[in-house]
Design a protein. Structure first.
Lengths: 318, 515
């Protein structure tokens, strides 16, 4: 057992945070989206779009911050397809989400070939956001917690702040209250004069921005180029994090940390070969963890009542 | 018309018309509402009452016509406009978000606070102050789903008052209340009138019109067919105006000696619901042939579990269901039906019918794999068709044919399809749950007469209903179901709706008394 103990160190926790960041961002976005009543299974696709445009913009401007903005914006704009389809045209949310995911593969493959002349991996960006890693003076000196939470890269810090902002948004603001009402009892909201459609558009859009940011993290902070398939199921794991986190910001964050940990652990088990079993087995670990977490926790968490339920105001021939 | 006092008109509609793609829901509606009056809008289902109110409330745009508020023409493009002009509406299905608190629900859409932040302290204070002003007591911090229906309705009224409503529209306000809660509501409405609030009550219940309103409009097929001062009209007159023909309001039930062995007995039946709580907590009852046993109770006290346990959709935790002396709890639904157990489910659209399927197919559902409806491995379509046509005739089902989807029929006719199917199977025991929910007077009259006919044929009948009136007019015995237990048994002639209502709420004092 000394083998396993050798990888249980601060590094494992730092990696946990880094691996959980994209999951956290997509999961809190999905939380906002689903609290407004729109089911979102398109995080994977939005992430890919965000990652791609972040890398392209960072590459051509040479500025990763512009890349970040481009990734966020691309995610937001792409997500509007889902909003228009489900809210305005009343398409089934899961169908639209599936289409979004497939569409993102297609768009990215097409643009890869157009821009770089080949599918696969893009050219490397001159400077990534990792270069902007900074330790917060004082706080980063705290043993264990310091390096884990206070010596990180920009989007990781942003994700911490965004979790808190999401929490405040949902709990303390008027818009947050309206958005929650739209996902629980849309007609109740409409009958007191607040547009359900607006709230749902907002929910989808915010989740698009956050998934876009998650994508940017993958391509220009955690890496220095875009690779097709680099989201690698994280959008779906984010979905699982949101569900096992009970459709709440904090819950999603904690669940994302758990999945991040599973991933970090897996990588270390593989790389350091601490146990005498085929290392490939550990690749499946985060996914099994996902299945177990969802299966174990989903019964206890309650989705918004009108989640996934279409809203049409004027009934024909009522 | 009666003496029109020197009263100010607060709301008026002129030639309001609402055309839906297929239906003319409102046709040339002219009505006035005076300040501080309680006005009833009486009509059957589909008469266009709710459409009219939704037009007034800005949810629907009228096809043509004018709405005048305090003499000035107004146009509401959304409920927000209507609210701003002092209209408030309490919908039949409450517009409350279950997992939010009373305060959050009341302030929703009009929250106090700077920028986008909600000032919960001020909000709570305001809610408390209006609730004290109008004597509508609620706990501002309680979550809606923990409140009884009566209290939820109070929250709805507060929601309108918080928005400074001067005109309050109540849509079928007593539909879900116990008799005690109805009394409380009437008191509240009376107090609001004293405060100068003008009130419109939409209803199809004649008692309600007589009990509280000053004036009544009768709506039929989208048109106003009459206006009366309530003090000068009888219930019978109102019913005739509403339906357009003579209606028998009281059910004529012949005296009948019930004897013999019970056809159905429940012995200490315990059933758990999905949450693992005992929804039925040791129920024992018996039904004898030719007897109607009525189960009275507030919704959610085990009615649906009782229904599902009887037809075989829910497993018993313990106890026995004896049918003709045999324990049928071990049998599945089909086997039970084969032995002569029929049921009219409470949720007719979910359990009673397959809406997209033809009327004829629905007519044989459950018997479709038995003779004479099968020929070899095929359905005997001709037999099914003639059988269905005969039932359509016999049960007076209004349908363009037996080949149309059951979903195209009106609620009343859908219920008749179920009734036709279940009764034509010649049952010995019949479970009837909520047989007349949402139906109009004409259909109710018919369905009650059919249930009584089965009683004449010596069928044992268990009636589960939330409508106390129905329980009283049909039952030979009344059992009160409260929190999964039978808490009291009555003979209808020896009790009153007040007394039964008292036990329906667990014999507890109402919230109003406590306050």
């Amino acid at each position: 057992m000394s083998g396993i103990a050798s990888i249980l160190n601060t590094d494992l926790l730092v990696a946990t945070i880094r691996l959980s960041t994209p999951i956290t961002l997509a999961a809190i976005g999905a939380t906002i989206c689903e609290r407004s009543g729109i089911v979102n299974i398109a995080m994977e696709g939005i992430m890919i779009i965000g990652a791609f445009f972040a890398a392209v913009a960072a590459l051509y401007t040479g500025n990763p911050w512009i890349g970040l903005l481009a990734g966020v914006a691309a995610g937001g704009i792409f997500s509007l397809i889902h909003a228009v389809a489900t809210i305005t045209f009343h398409l089934d949310h899961v169908v639209s989400g599936a289409v979004m995911n497939i569409l993102s593969f297609g768009i990215v493959r097409y643009l890869m070939v157009m821009i770089f002349g080949h599918p696969g991996t893009s050219d490397a960006i001159p400077v990534g956001l990792k270069a902007y890693q900074f330790a917060i003076p004082g706080l980063s000196k705290i043993p264990v917690l310091g390096p884990v939470f206070f010596d990180q890269t920009p989007i990781v810090y942003m994700s911490f702040v965004l979790v808190i902002l999401t929490l405040i948004f949902l709990k303390k603001t008027k818009t947050g209250l309206h958005l929650r009402a739209a996902g629980e009892h849309p007609l109740a909201l409409e009958t007191i004069g607040v547009s359900v459609y607006k709230m749902r558009y907002l929910g989808v859009f915010i989740s698009g921005l956050l998934s876009g940011l998650a994508g940017a993290y993958l391509s220009i902070e955690n890496s220095i180029s875009f690779t097709e398939g680099m989201a690698n199921g994280r959008g779906f794991i984010a979905l699982a994090a949101m569900i096992s986190g009970g459709w709440s910001a904090i819950g999603s964050f904690v669940a994302a940390l758990f999945f991040g940990f599973a991933d970090a652990f897996q990588v270390r088990m593989q790389v350091f070969k601490v146990l005498n079993i085929p290392s490939e087995i550990f690749i499946i670990f985060p996914y099994v963890a996902t299945v177990l977490a969802v299966a174990g926790l989903v019964r206890k968490s309650r989705p918004p009542k009108a989640d996934g339920i279409d809203f049409i105001i004027e009934k024909e021939g009522a | 018309m009666g003496a029109k006092k020197e009263k100010r008109v607060v709301l008026e509609t002129r030639h309001v018309k609402k055309q839906f793609p297929k239906v003319l829901a409102n046709d040339d509606i002219n009505m006035v509402l005076y300040e501080g009056e309680i006005l009833s809008l009486l009509g059957e289902n589909g008469a266009g009452k709710s459409t009219l109110m939704n037009v007034l409330y800005g949810l629907y745009k009228p096809t043509s016509g004018e709405i005048l508020l305090e003499g000035e023409q107004v146009e509401f493009s959304s409920p927000k406009d209507a609210i701003r002009q002092g209209l408030g509406m309490v919908h039949q299905h409450f517009m409350l978000v279950d997992n939010l608190t009373v305060t959050e629900n009341i302030i929703l859409g009009s929250e106090p606070g700077k920028y986008d932040f909600i000032d919960y302290k001020t909000a709570r204070k305001e809610v408390v102050s209006i609730s004290e002003k109008y004597h509508l007591h609620v706990d501002p911090d309680e979550v809606i789903e923990n409140l009884s229906v009566g209290v939820q309705q109070r929250v709805e009224i507060l929601k309108a008052l918080y928005r400074k409503a001067r005109i309050l529209i109540l849509d079928e306000p007593t539909a879900v209340l116990t008799p005690q809660e109805v009394d409380e509501l009437f008191e509240v409405v009376g107090r609001l009138r004293e405060d100068g609030v003008s009130i419109i009550i939409i209803t199809h219940k004649l008692e309600e019109v007589k009990a509280i309103s000053d004036r009544v409009y009768i709506l039929k097929r989208g048109k106003i067919v009459g206006e009366r001062e309530t003090s000068q009209v009888t219930k019978e007159d109102l019913a005739n105006l509403m339906v357009g023909r003579e209606v028998v309001l009281t059910v004529h039930k012949d005296e009948k000696e019930v004897s013999g062995e019970p056809i159905l007995q429940l012995e200490d039946v315990v059933v758990k619901n999905q949450k693992g709580i005992n929804a039925l907590d040791g129920i024992s009852l018996d039904v004898r042939p030719g007897e109607i046993v009525g189960i009275a109770g507030v919704d959610g006290n085990g009615q649906s579990e009782l229904e599902e346990a009887l037809v075989g959709l829910l497993k018993l935790e313990s106890g026995r269901i004896l049918y003709k002396g045999e324990d049928i709890a071990v049998l599945d639904t089909k086997q039970r039906r084969g032995k002569g157990v029929a049921s009219v489910p409470a949720d007719r659209q979910k359990f009673g019918l397959v809406l997209p399927m033809k009327v004829s197919e629905n007519m044989v559902l459950g018997f479709h794999d038995e003779k004479p409806f099968v020929k070899g491995i095929n359905l005997a379509l001709d037999t099914i068709k003639t059988h269905s046509e005969r039932l359509v005739e016999e049960y007076d089902i209004r349908t363009p044919g037996v080949e149309v989807p059951a979903g195209n029929l009106s609620g009343g006719n859908q219920q008749k399809v179920i009734l036709a199917r279940e009764l034509s199977s010649d049952p010995d025991f019949l479970l009837v749950a909520q047989p007349t929910r949402g139906l109009d007077v004409g259909a109710i009259e018919y369905i009650h007469s059919q249930i009584l006919k089965m009683r004449e044929k010596n069928v044992g009948i268990l009636l589960i209903s939330l409508e106390l009136e129905e329980i009283f007019s049909l039952s030979d015995r009344i059992l009160v179901l409260y929190e999964g237990k039978i808490v009291k048994e009555f003979l209808p002639e020896n009790t009153s709706d007040k007394e039964v209502g008292f036990y329906m709420t667990g014999g507890k004092k109402t919230a109003e008394d406590r306050a």
